[in-house]
Ligand binder design. Structure first.
Ligand SMILES: [Zn+2]
Ligand SMILES: [Zn+2]
Length: 147
């Protein structure tokens, strides 16, 4: 997998109501599934699909609403979403201000490039939420993974 995980992706989409557009153009540092309780709430399902990209690779048109919460690591995690339709956009951590954690579902219909390499926060994954058997599980954060 070395090297292949840093694919360059160019894709654009808008939220469900069209108020906010987001374009990704650049390298994807990591792709993962996250079963933390916050991702379960935000996704409305058992896990979220997340792509980590450099801040500079992301362009936003429109004004997202944000929500801050403390994460287990002591950092502040900020979710960005559309205030009108609720579509999740991306998250960021105060510990890694140059990284963006994109909700890959934002690019629905244009996200076949997504190839998660691991499941993080497997400690809160539910038995009903099926995840491919071959994906490595990490109970919380993977070293060097999601900050
Ligand atoms: Zn919207
Ligand atoms: Zn999560």
């Amino acid at each position: 997998m070395t090297g292949s995980s840093r694919r360059c992706i160019a894709v654009s989409a808008a939220c469900a109501c069209g108020a906010i557009a987001m374009s990704l153009d650049g390298p994807v540092m990591s792709m993962l599934l996250c079963s933390c309780l916050d991702c379960q709430r935000a996704s409305g399902s058992g896990h979220a699909g997340v792509a980590l990209v450099p801040k500079a690779a992301l362009t936003i048109a429109g004004k997202p609403k944000t929500f801050n919460r403390p994460s287990d690591s002591g950092a502040t995690f900020t979710r960005h979403f559309c205030a009108d339709c609720g579509t999740p956009l991306y998250g960021q951590s105060s510990r890694a201000p140059e990284l963006r954690m994109i909700a890959v579902g934002f690019f629905a219909g244009h996200n076949d490039w997504f190839a998660p390499s691991q499941l993080i926060f497997a400690r809160s994954q539910q038995a009903w939420d099926l995840v491919a058997d071959h994906l490595p599980r990490h109970l919380t954060y993977r070293q060097g993974g999601k900050p």
